[in-house]
Design a protein around this ligand. Sequence first.
Ligand code: NAD
Length: 507
Amino acid sequence: MTDTLVTEYFHSWNVPAERAALVSRQVAHWIDGAPVVSGMPIAVSEPSTGGRLTETLEAGVEVVDRAVASARQAFEGSWGALRPLDREALILKLADSLEAHQDELAFLESVDVGKPLSQAFAIDIGGAVDCVRYFAGWATKISGRTGDMAAYDKHFLGLTLRQPVGVVAAIAPWNFPLQTLIWKIGAAFAAGCTVVAKPSEVTPVSTLRLAELITQAGFPNGAFNVVNGTGAVTGAALVSHPGVNKVSFTGSTPSGLRVGTAALQNMTRLTLELGGKSPALVFADSNVDAVVEGLYNGIYFNAGQVCDATSRAIVDVRIYDEVRERLIERATSVHVLPGLDPDSGMGPMVSGAHRAKVMSYIEQARADGLPFALDRSQLHDRGHFVGPVIVEDIPSAHPLWREEIFGPVLALSRADGPGDVVCQARDTRYGLGAAIYSRDIGRVLAAARAIDAGTIYVNGYGFLDPAFPFGGLGMSGFGKDMGAEQMEAYLETKTLLVSGIELGLAG
Ligand code: NAD
C-alpha cells in the first residue's frame, strides 16, 4: 500500500522486503485474538517523505461493541481465571517478546512517526520493555488490608478486597504510540483487567503488531483487543460504551475534556494524561553543561512532540547570555533528517496537518515582530520537517508563551533573580512537567513546592522511570501512569465489615 516516495525511501536505506511488507499492510482491528477487517479506510502517511505508508480502517459502533464484548468475556472467563503467578509469567513473556522484536518494532515506530530509528529503539521500545517487566511483578503484590474497627469492639473486624476494575479502554496519542499504550496495559494486565486499545489514527501500525505479539505470547483471546479509527467516531464510541469500566486516555487537553464528559455519563473510572506547557527553571548557580543538554533535550527530543517538553526556558539573567549562545550552537548542530538515516538526530513532524499547526505559531511570532534567536524552521523541500526554533522576550499573554505548540519551538525568557524564575514558571494553567536546574538543594526543594507540576526533573530532562508515577495537575489532567500509584487506578476496593466472631466460636 506504500506509494513510490515511500518505496524509494525504503530502498535507499536497504529495508528488507519482509520488513517493508509488515509496515505497508492494511492495519486491521484485532478482536478475540484475530484480525477484523471492517470500516472505511483512513490513509496513514510517512512523515519523512510525506508519502503514503499504508491505510487503517475506522471501527464503527458495531466493531467497538464486539471488542468490548470480547474483553468482557475474557475478563469473566479465561483471563480472569488465571492465578496471579500465571499472569505475571505471561506479562514477563510479553516483555521478552518485545525485546526479541525490538529492531522490528523500532522500525515500525520510526517510519510511522518519523522519529530517528536509534531513538525509537532505545527509548520507545527499550522503555516499553522496562515498563512491562516492572509491572509483571505487581500481579502478585496486590493486597487489601485487615484491621480492628475504630468504633466497634474486638468482636468486629474490617477488611478490604482489591479487585480489577474490569474492561479498560486505553486510548493513545501519536507521539509515542507503543510506549504510551504500554504504560497503560502493563498495569492493567498486572491488576487482572482486560483491554480495548485505540491507537491514534495517525500512527496505528505498531499497535497491530503488539496485538499479534500478545496473542503469540499466550495471552487468552480477548485479553487485548484493538479498534482503529478517529477520535470522533471510534474513540467516542469506546469511551461512552457502558461495558467499559475504566478509560485511560492520553492526548490533548481539548480531547480530554470531551472524553471525560462522555465517560462520566456512565460513571466510568478515568485517567486523563493531557497536554502541557512545561517550564525549565534555570537558576544562576546551575551547571551550565547540564542546563544546555537538558534544555536541548527538553524541547528538541522527538522534535518537540513530547507532552512534558520544557517549551518555556526561564533563565536567570546572570547566566542568560552564556546559556543562550551554547543552546543556539547545540541546536544548530543537530542533523534534522529522515528517521531511517543513521545521522538523524531529529525527525520531521508527524503529519502535514501537524506541521501546518506548528508553522502557524512560528508565522504568528514573526508577524508580531518577536525576536528569533534561532530559526531553522524551513529545512527540506519534502516531508514534514520543522527544525529548531528559539524565540525570545515573548509577552506573557502571547500564544507562544501560553499554548502547547507540540513542536521544536522554545520560548526563552530571562528572569531577574530566583523569585522571578519561579514567578514566570508558575504562569500557566497546565501542570504536567518541569525541570529545575540548580546546585542548591534547598532552592530546588523550595521551587519544586512552589510550582504546580506532576513530574519535576532536577538537573536534567526526560529520565522517566516505571517505578515512579507520571501524570499532570491542572489542565494537564489527573491520575497517574506508572509506579505503585498507577495500580490503584486499575483496582476497585470493596470493604467487608465482619461481625460475630465470638458467636462463631460458641457454635
Ligand atoms: P488527540 O487528543 O488529538 O488524540 C489522542 C487520542 O485520542 C487519539 O487516539 C485520538 O483518536 C483520540 N481521541 C480524540 N478525540 C477523542 C474523543 N472525543 N473520544 C475518544 N478518543 C478521542 O492528541 P494527539 O494529537 O494524538 O496527541 C498529542 C497530544 O497528546 C498533546 O496534547 C500531548 O501533550 C498529549 N500527550 C500527553 C501525554 C501525557 O502523558 N500527559 C503523553 C503524550 C501525549
